[in-house]
Design a protein around this ligand. Structure first.
Ligand code: SAM
Length: 273
């Protein structure tokens, strides 16, 4: 086995809205001190993998995503074995076969989720209204389906993390003190009415949810919690957070499901401190 120290933990999934490329711009804005880190819209977890806080509470509403994180943490060798098997069998018909049937055990579901994430179109995990994955196969010559060393390194990084399926508002039951830091990365407020990049799951994220999130942030801040939020740079968000500090971040990213409309889009980073 390769020495674990040679592979640094980093996101092991492709995730729409992943923050990997933006972290460098975020660094000046992280709080200098905190004890417990909360990431209620976990997705690919780029900020967690940057901070690697020993006390982390990682949550998301997507049960398949959370199951994958938990299995990588607790059963990484079993996940690797199943993924290697998916890799051996990978071809177009096999992809659609796997897509059409849910795994039975937790570890089978985790390997299926990671396999589909690595091979589906644009790495987009998108569900239809019944919660089934409806993304076609991607056009990859030789996708990396099983990066065993990375998964082992991620498994170690996750060992002390609490990982749960929770809606974002549940954070109010947990983060309560000046020693807590919460980073919110919700599905973004859409920049245009035709934009569909907030559709991660059957749970749409509405304007009312953006307002509810702001109210939750206001409550957390009144308790002394340090809060940071990413969102799109638009009038609605700037107005909603006008009493907070707003920093402009420049992001080159795919903004539609075709993935070919890339350009410099401004995002904002909102902080309570
Ligand atoms: C922008 S992504 C997070 C990206 C992540 N920060 C990264 O670097 O990859 C938003 C996440 O919010 C989750 N989500 C959507 N609605 C939610 C809700 N009501 N409560 C909790 N999580 C939710 C989605 O499942 C998705 O994983």
């Amino acid at each position: 086995m390769q020495d674990l120290k040679t592979v640094s933990p980093r996101p092991f999934l492709k995730w729409a809205g992943g923050k990997g490329k933006l972290i460098q711009q975020y660094i000046p804005y992280f709080p200098t001190e905190f004890k417990t880190y909360y990431e209620p819209f976990l997705g690919g977890g780029a900020v967690f993998f940057h901070l690697l806080s020993a006390h982390s509470i990682l949550t998301d509403i997507n049960p398949e995503l959370i199951n994958a994180y938990r299995c990588v943490r607790d059963l990484v060798e079993a996940v690797i074995l199943l993924l290697e098997n998916h890799h051996l069998k990978h071809h177009k018909e096999y992809y659609y076969q796997v897509r059409s049937r849910a795994g039975t055990s937790e570890v089978e579901r985790a390997a299926r989720f990671i396999y589909l994430n690595k091979t589906c179109f644009n790495g987009l995990y998108r569900e239809n209204s019944k919660g089934a994955l409806n993304v076609p196969i991607g056009n990859y010559k030789n996708p990396t389906i099983c990066n065993a060393e990375l998964l082992r390194s991620v498994s170690v990084a996750l060992k002390t993390a609490q990982i749960e399926v929770r809606p974002f508002d549940a954070v109010l039951n947990f983060a309560k003190t000046g020693k807590d830091f919460v980073y919110f990365d919700p599905p973004y407020y859409p920049l245009s009415p035709t934009s569909n990049f907030t559709a991660y799951s059957r749970h749409a994220f509405t304007e009312a949810d953006q307002i509810k999130l702001k109210d939750i942030i206001t409550k957390l801040v009144s308790l002394g919690v340090s809060v940071m939020l990413s969102n799109s740079d638009c009038l609605f968000i700037r107005e909603l957070y006008k009493d907070f500090k707003i920093h402009t971040i420049s992001a080159a990213r795919a903004i539609n499901s075709k993935g070919n409309k890339r350009g410099k889009i401004a995002e904002v980073l909102v902080t309570s401190y």
